[in-house]
Design a protein around this ligand. Structure first.
Ligand code: FAD
Length: 576
């Protein structure tokens, strides 16, 4: 077995792991990142890249009115009995520092999405200035390592152009607005230039930009990012974690890490057993619908448990959920695609098999899914997102793009169902026709006045993001009255996991007694969520992932500066 030594070993190369590695390397530590996949970037590189940082300096510079007290109130209110003041305070105190650090140590720059509300921004402490997105980043900076970056999801691209959350509105309205068409045309010219320069698009956006920018800064600071190098088990000296055994293309590698190991393997989205155990409702569906890369199947959690770590699944919802649609993508292959946008737009509703609405569709994808699970208790959690012809041409539906793109190919593929009347549509889709007709008739009556008496759709700043800002009087509400009608089948899919290893305010992994396991840290989805298991804001997984990566590295750096503390840690744990 080959041997290697370093100061810090990070397992997993997503946002959590790369932020930790960058912080430690910037302080002069010798850092190795072990990545299981042939690509680095993890789910982060597929994500929208939104990071949630309360009291962030960019929002403050733009007149944001957030405060630490307000953010604490929001956490306390949202996490309820699971509110942990220590870890939440550590996040609030370190988040803005982490952001400043990343902008100093890398070429990444972030922009505050002012007006983009917390998912429950109407609740006490809620705000509309806490989400940031990475600005587009030039992939040429990664040079040859660009090949090792996990590609963005195909459906988040148009002709190879990566579309960020901030671009979506422009791309969707290019068929009817001159300004948007000019923007798309400019993007296509840039894409063409990149094709000649590098054989691919170099303008990276969202989570792809985030992962790329962090990895490039790590590599510049001497971090060794080993890809195709899955960690198999942790090594320990007495009770102190001292490294790990990896598989690599050259055989097994034994890495000794002087100051510790950080687990950042992205949680257990693809550990079907643990997922079913922690969220039996999702197991009612025979199908596994997740956009997560297959590598995140709970390795970090299992390795932690093997050395005594506590798996904390006391969460409101152990799994983060989003509505997913599926389509055949070749023989025996199904492609999963999320319904992130325009669920709550005018002329669009969601119904269960009995034709009834079950949720305020303009609320977050997670709330939509939780609403569906509650409405279908004991049955398969299936819904149909239904719209009229005007809505599908204006907003699209799932993978169906708005006009001028044709609808017909999606009818032929079976992705979309249609009917000249609501009754026809319901019969083709397998929805109760009377139920659907009754629901739409009641919905339309109030919708013509811009109201939704059943669920109050369009009443918060966040809901507006899921509507159409040009629609009056309510951007989220309009009738379905222009046939033909369309429906796409959707199920709650896994967008990541909230349950994970219990970490303390220094990102140290703790055991069943609450004592830190010396030398072992955790960040990202391997760590039990500090939200108590609710999707409280866009970016509330990546923001804490990066912040606890930063916190873990800071703790390691302190140990590096005071080596005697390493021994003190071990001795203290031994007597507890
Ligand atoms: C489509 C989509 C959009 C999203 N948008 C957002 C968003 O805008 N904001 C937000 O906050 N969240 C978003 N999320 C969720 C977010 O992507 C994840 O919560 C986040 O990426 C988790 O970061 P991480 O560092 O924990 O793990 P990851 O980024 O998943 O990285 C973990 C890495 O560990 C590797 N690994 C696994 N096992 C091993 C092993 N044994 N040895 C070595 N390496 C291993 C994996 O291969 C992977 O590369 C989105 C998710 C999806 C799917």
């Amino acid at each position: 077995m080959k041997q290697q030594k370093c100061d810090l070993l990070v397992i997993g190369a997503g946002a959590g792991g790369l932020t930790a590695a960058l912080r430690a390397a910037d302080a002069g530590l010798d850092v190795v990142v072990a990545e299981k996949d042939e690509y680095f970037g993890g789910a982060t590189a597929r994500s929208a890249g939104g990071i949630w940082i309360p009291c962030n300096p960019h929002a403050a510079a733009m007149g944001g009115q957030d405060s630490r007290e307000k953010a604490l109130t929001y956490f306390r209110n949202q996490a309820g009995p699971r509110f942990d003041p220590q870890t939440v305070s550590a996040f609030l105190d370190n988040g803005p520092e982490m952001l400043k650090f990343v902008e100093r140590a890398s070429t990444l720059r972030f922009a505050a999405a002012m007006g983009y509300g917390d998912y429950h921004c109407e609740a006490p402490g809620g705000e509309t200035s806490r989400v940031l997105f990475p600005q587009p980043w030039d992939g040429a900076e990664l040079d040859q390592d660009l090949k090792r970056l996990r590609p963005m999801l195909r459906r988040a691209q148009f002709l190879g152009i990566q579309i960020s959350v901030l671009d979506v509105g422009l791309f969707m309205s290019a068929g009817r607005k001159l300004g948007s068409a000019a923007y798309v045309f400019g993007s296509m010219l840039r894409r063409l230039r990149d094709q000649f320069r590098a054989g691919r698009s170099l303008r990276l956006t969202g989570g792809n930009a985030l992962a790329a920018g962090l990895a490039a800064a790590c590599l510049r600071n001497g971090v060794k990012i080993l890809t195709s190098a899955p960690a198999r088990r942790l090594l320990h000296e007495g009770n102190r974690v001292s490294g790990a055994v990896l598989d690599s293309l050259d055989g097994q590698l034994h890495i000794e890490a002087r100051y510790g190991v950080i687990l950042c393997t992205g949680g257990y989205a693809h550990d079907a057993g643990r997922r079913a155990e922690t969220l039996p409702a999702i197991a009612r569906s025979a199908e596994s619908w997740s956009l997560y890369p297959y590598g995140s199947n709970g390795d970090g959690i299992r390795m932690g448990e093997a050395v005594g770590a506590l798996f904390d699944c006391d969460m409101a919802h152990p799994v983060a959920l989003a509505p997913m649609t599926r389509l055949a993508a070749g023989e025996g292959v199904m492609e999963v695609s999320p319904l992130f946008f325009f669920r709550g737009a005018p002329g669009v509703i969601s119904v269960t098999r009995d034709g009834k609405r079950f949720v305020n569709e303009a609320r977050s994808y997670h709330d939509w899914s939780v609403g569906l699970l509650a409405a279908t208790a004991g049955e398969e959690p299936v819904a149909w997102v239904v719209c009229d012809h005007r809505a599908i041409r204006r907003y699209g539906l799932g993978i169906v793009k708005p006009a001028p793109f044709p609808v017909r190919p999606h009818l032929r593929s079976g992705y979309l169902t249609t009917g000249c009347t609501l009754g026809d549509l319901a019969r083709s889709a397998g929805i109760d026709p009377d139920g659907l007709e009754r629901t739409v008739s009641e919905f339309n009556e109030a919708a013509r006045l811009g109201r939704d008496p059943q669920f109050g759709r369009g009443s918060t700043a966040y809901e507006m993001v899921n509507g159409d800002p040009e629609h009056r009087p309510n951007p989220c509400v309009g009738p379905l009255d222009k046939g033909p009608y369309y429906a796409v089948r959707a199920l709650p899919g896994c967008l990541g996991t909230f349950a994970g290893l219990k970490g303390d305010e220094n990102a140290r992994v703790v055991d069943a007694d609450g004592s830190p396991i010396p030398g072992l840290y955790v960040a990202g989805n391997d760590m039990a969520s500090i939200t108590g298991g609710d999707y409280i804001a866009g970016g509330c997984t990546l923001g804490p992932a990066m912040t606890f990566g930063f916190i873990a590295a800071n703790h390691v750096i302190r140990r590096h500066k005071e080596p005697e503390a390493v021994h003190a840690d071990s001795a203290q744990h031994a007597v507890q």
